[in-house]
Design a protein around this ligand. Structure first.
Ligand SMILES: Cc1cc2nc3c(=O)[nH]c(=O)nc-3n(C[C@H](O)[C@H](O)[C@H](O)COP(=O)(O)OP(=O)(O)OC[C@H]3O[C@@H](n4cnc5c(N)ncnc54)[C@H](O)[C@@H]3O)c2cc1C
Length: 442
């Protein structure tokens, strides 16, 4: 049984946990479901990075504020507990050169500052909460899958150094080959990167929030949200919540027709991951997959891969279109084929884990942090598969906005609402066409 946000009206509390590698390394303790009616100042829907970072920020502003977080399932049941664990300086689908082209260099420089603030916010939470989430530093390689992309990468490295002071370099195919034995690669950019165990991180954020006095109820889906004279009435299976303010942090896991503020403003798209058995020391040495490192290619339908602390390789890419096919062997085999095409020495290795999750894609590839001051409701979502660091900052920015602080609206992140998809019913048809195109031409 798997969840499909476009066809179902609620995340079922009965869904099995995804069979991730992360769950084999860490157990998250369920919190009590809400069993009696309550009133609160702030209700946060979703116990992922956005929701928990927002809860921490509310408590930072006022220790006395009354903050409740509910999640349909467990802490980190959404993307937060099942992603690849890349700590990226970025969000959405725009590169810095692309932002500079569309909005100007000044906006791109500020955006880079905001992305760096997100990485800093993540590191600060980890330090403050002493969160043991296997945070590792190592090179981040962007690998060109054809000669045209290699040229574009070379230019991007120059721009990134000149305009944004990023410590990046371009590796020619020969230089890349001296560091990594990968097939079908035409060069790469290399810069410092970080990775972590995403489930341990989200669980640590939950403990940080609780230490500050936040209450978390798991297996407590917000089933309906209704406006009242003084705020909001939220129905959950066993009890009703009356809240003065609501922050929607349900991301791609937001059920169908959840709230008009977010309905049809994002497209949940599946991403899938395989994890190999531990790779032998000799293969790790000969391939160069012998240290903490994160990698991504330049395809429109990107493959992303990283080493894991116990010597495995995690390899991810696009998943099935519909939720009902999330676990299909097709999606798994596509990843195995792509992995072995890049690393032939892994041809016969066992695949120990395979799972999928929903990524929230904004129509214009740009996430948004929005709060309606009159209605006292807001959201942050649309990270397009790049939210480990940014969602941590976005939760805080959402709270700052809700508390009346002015955000820098020259940044498209904070300027307006997520645009609505014009023909929402056609989204999956369009995605299938895109996948066929990518299969034929990439
Ligand atoms: C396979 C995969 C790989 C990824 N890899 C990376 C990566 O390596 N690096 C990176 O930066 N990003 C990655 N991402 C994206 C990243 O994980 C997300 O952007 C980030 O986790 C978003 O966090 P969030 O807190 O906003 O949402 P989520 O973590 O998705 O949390 C939303 C929560 O809301 C809950 N919820 C939904 N509806 C309700 C309701 N009605 N009532 C109560 N609760 C509800 C859900 O149960 C869920 O727990 C990946 C995503 C996927 C799926």
């Amino acid at each position: 049984m798997s969840y499909d946000p476009l066809t179902v009206n609620a995340v079922s509390t009965e869904l099995p946990h995804p069979p991730t590698y992360w769950r084999s390394t860490h157990k998250v303790v369920s919190r009590n479901p809400l069993a009696q009616d309550i009133q609160c100042e702030w209700l946060i829907v979703g116990a992922g990075y956005t929701g928990l970072a927002a809860a921490c920020e509310l408590k930072r502003h006022s220790a006395r504020s009354d903050v409740v977080v509910v999640d349909s399932h467990d802490i980190g049941f959404g993307c937060a507990g099942r992603n690849g664990g890349f700590v990226l300086s970025g969000t959405g689908r725009y590169s810095l050169p692309a932002i500079a082209k569309k909005w100007g260099v000044e906006v791109a420089v500020k955006m880079h500052g905001e992305w760096q603030s997100a990485v800093n916010a993540l590191n600060k939470h980890i330090m403050q909460g002493n969160i043991q989430c296997d945070l590792s530093s190592g090179p981040y390689l962007k690998i060109a899958h054809n000669a045209k992309q290699a040229n574009l990468l070379r230019l991007a490295v120059e721009t990134n150094k000149r305009d944004f002071d990023i410590d990046a370099n371009f590796l020619s195919p020969a230089k890349l080959a001296s560091q990594l034995k990968i097939e079908h690669a035409y060069g790469a950019s290399i810069q410092p990167g970080q990775s972590l165990n995403p489930l341990k991180y989200v669980d640590g954020l939950a403990r940080l929030a609780e230490n500050d006095g936040v209450t978390i109820h798991t297996r407590t889906p917000a089933e309906s949200i209704e406006r009242t004279a003084n705020g909001w009435k939220i129905k959950t299976p066993q009890a009703t919540i009356n809240a003065e303010n609501i922050l929607l942090a349900s991301n791609a896991y937001s059920p169908r027709q959840f709230h008009p503020m977010i309905d049809k403003r994002q497209f949940p798209v599946q991403s899938s991951i395989i994890v190999t058995a531990p790779i032998s020391n000799s293969v790790r040495e000969t391939t160069g997959l012998n240290k903490a490192m994160t990698m991504m290619d330049t395809r429109m339908m990107k493959y992303y891969y990283r080493t894991l602390p116990d010597g495995r390789l995690l390899f991810g890419g696009r998943g099935a279109v519909a939720g009902k096919n999330a676990d299909s062997p097709l999606a798994k085999n596509r990843l195995i084929d792509a992995m072995t095409a890049s690393f032939p020495s892994l041809k016969h290795i066992d695949i120990d884990y395979f799972w999928s999750g929903w990524v929230s894609v904004a129509l214009d590839s740009m996430p948004r942090v929005v709060f309606d001051e009159k209605q006292r409701i807001g959201y942050s979502m649309g990270y397009c598969g790049s939210g480990v660091s940014f969602a941590t900052l976005a939760g805080a920015r959402l709270v700052q906005r809700a508390l009346g602080e002015k955000l820098d609206t020259s940044l498209p992140l904070y300027r307006n609402a997520l645009p609505k998809y014009p023909m929402p019913a056609m989204r999956r048809m369009g995605l299938r066409a895109l996948y066929t195109w990518a299969h034929l031409f990439e």
